[in-house]
Write a protein that binds this ligand. Structure first.
Ligand SMILES: [Zn+2]
Ligand SMILES: [Zn+2]
Ligand SMILES: [Zn+2]
Length: 331
C-alpha cells in the first residue's frame, strides 16, 4: 500500500480513513488520482478538471471511502458487487464491510500493477462476458462455495468472522487464511481465464503448472482423499496448490500479489530502498534479493511481538519460475 497523507495537514493516513484524525477533514479516496482527498460538508470533491465527485453511498453501510461519479451513487469498487447480503441478514451485513475493504485493497493493487479491472455492467463501461463481478454471500443463510466462474467471484462473508476462519484454517492445516487472501486467490482464476489465452502462453503455462484440462472433480476427490503428494514442498507453495493446475496458478498468483503489495508498502515506509516491483526485469530477482530477506525480518518482528509469522511460506525454485510467468502477464 502507498503511504497516503492528508492534503490539508500532511498527517499520515490509513487507506480506510474517512476523516483525518489530526485535522478533522472529511476524506474520500479518488481512484483516478490514487489519492485520499478532502471532501466538503456535502461529501463533494472537485477534481483538477472541475468534475464533481461524491462520497460513495455505501459509506455508512460498508465503510466505503471511495468517491462516486453520481450523487447518491456507488463507487467503482461497490459497483463490482453484484450480490450483497440482504438488510435482514444481520450476520452477513456485519461482515460485509470486511469483504468490501479487502476488495478495495485488491483493486488498488491491480490498478498499480496495470491489470485491467473491468466490471460486467455494460451501462458502466463493463463487459458482460469478460468482465468481473463479486457475489458476497453469507453461509449463515445458505451454503456458499468460495470460487470463480466466468468472471463471477463468490466470497463467503462468514470468512470475515475470526473464530470461524481460524477454525477452518486449523482444520485444513493452512498456515495462512485471510479475507484478502481469498480475494487475491479467486481473482487469480479470473486473470488466468482472461490473460492465458493465446496458444504460446497456454503452452508455457501448462509446462509450469501442469495440464489445466485435468478433471477437476477427480482432483478434488484425490486431494481430500489422499492429501498432498510427498515432497510437495519442492514444487509448490501450499498443499492446496497441488490439487489442480488451476489451483496452483491461483495460489501462485495470490503470492505474487502478496509480495508486490508488501514490498511496495515496505518501500513506501522506508523499510527497503527498492524503488518498486518494476525495478527488476525478472521477478525472481526481486523475490530472492528483496522479498526473502524482507519477509524473514518481518517474521522476526512478528515473533518479537508474540505473533505468528507474517509470511509462513518457503518459496522453492520451481515456484520462482511460476512467479516469473505470472509477472510476465502484466500488461
Ligand atoms: Zn488532516
Ligand atoms: Zn463504494
Ligand atoms: Zn481456487
Amino acid at each position: 500500500m502507498r503511504a497516503y497523507g492528508c492534503r490539508v495537514c500532511g498527517s499520515a493516513l490509513y487507506f480506510e480513513n474517512s476523516v483525518c484524525v489530526s485535522c478533522g477533514t472529511n476524506l474520500g479516496y479518488s481512484r483516478e488520482e490514487d489519492a485520499i482527498v478532502p471532501v466538503d460538508e456535502e461529501g463533494r470533491y472537485v477534481d483538477a478538471g472541475g468534475f464533481i465527485w461524491h462520497v460513495c453511498c455505501n459509506l455508512n453501510l460498508s465503510g466505503c471511502t471511495w468517491l462516486a461519479r453520481l450523487e447518491g451513487g456507488a463507487c467503482f469498487s461497490c459497483d463490482l458487487t453484484r450480490v450483497r447480503p440482504s438488510d435482514a441478514d444481520l450476520a452477513g451485513i456485519a461482515k460485509y464491510p470486511i469483504a468490501e475493504r479487502a476488495k478495495r485493497q485488491l483493486i488498488v493493487e491491480l490498478d498499480g500493477l496495470g491489470f485491467p479491472v473491468i466490471g460486467k455492467d455494460a451501462v458502466n463501461g463493463g463487459d458482460p462476458v469478460k468482465g468481473l463481478c463479486f457475489d458476497l454471500l453469507s453461509s449463515t443463510e445458505e451454503p456458499v462455495v468460495i470460487g470463480h466462474a466466468d468472471g463471477v467471484i463468490t466470497i463467503d462473508l462468514a470468512e470475515g468472522d475470526d473464530a470461524h476462519r481460524e477454525r477452518l484454517r486449523d482444520e485444513l492445516d493452512e498456515p495462512y487464511r485471510t479475507m484478502l487472501g481469498h480475494f487475491r486467490h479467486e481473482v487469480g482464476h479470473y486473470y488466468q481465464w482472461q490473460l492465458v489465452r493465446d496458444p504460446d502462453t497456454v503452452a508455457r503455462c501448462r509446462e509450469l503448472f501442469g495440464d489445466e484440462t485435468a478433471d477437476y472433480q477427480a482432483a478434488i476427490d484425490a486431494h481430500y482423499g489422499q492429501g498432498a503428494p510427498a515432497g510437495w514442498e519442492q514444487s509448490y507453495l501450499t498443499t492446496y496448490a497441488t490439487m489442480h493446475p488451476h489451483e496452483d496458478f491461483a495460489e501462485t498468483w495470490a503470492h505474487y500479489l502478496h509480495i508486490c503489495d508488501t514490498v511496495e508498502t515496505a518501500a513506501q515506509y522506508g523499510l527497503t530502498s527498492v524503488a518498486g516491483v518494476a525495478a527488476f526485469s525478472q521477478f525472481r530477482d526481486l523475490v530472492t534479493g528483496v522479498w526473502v530477506p524482507l519477509s524473514t525480518a518481518l517474521n522476526m518482528i512478528n515473533r518479537s511481538m508474540g505473533n505468528g509469522d507474517l509470511y509462513p511460506f518457503v518459496i522453492p525454485e520451481p515456484v520462482l519460475a511460476k512467479l516469473d510467468f505470472i509477472a510476465s502477464l502484466r500488461p
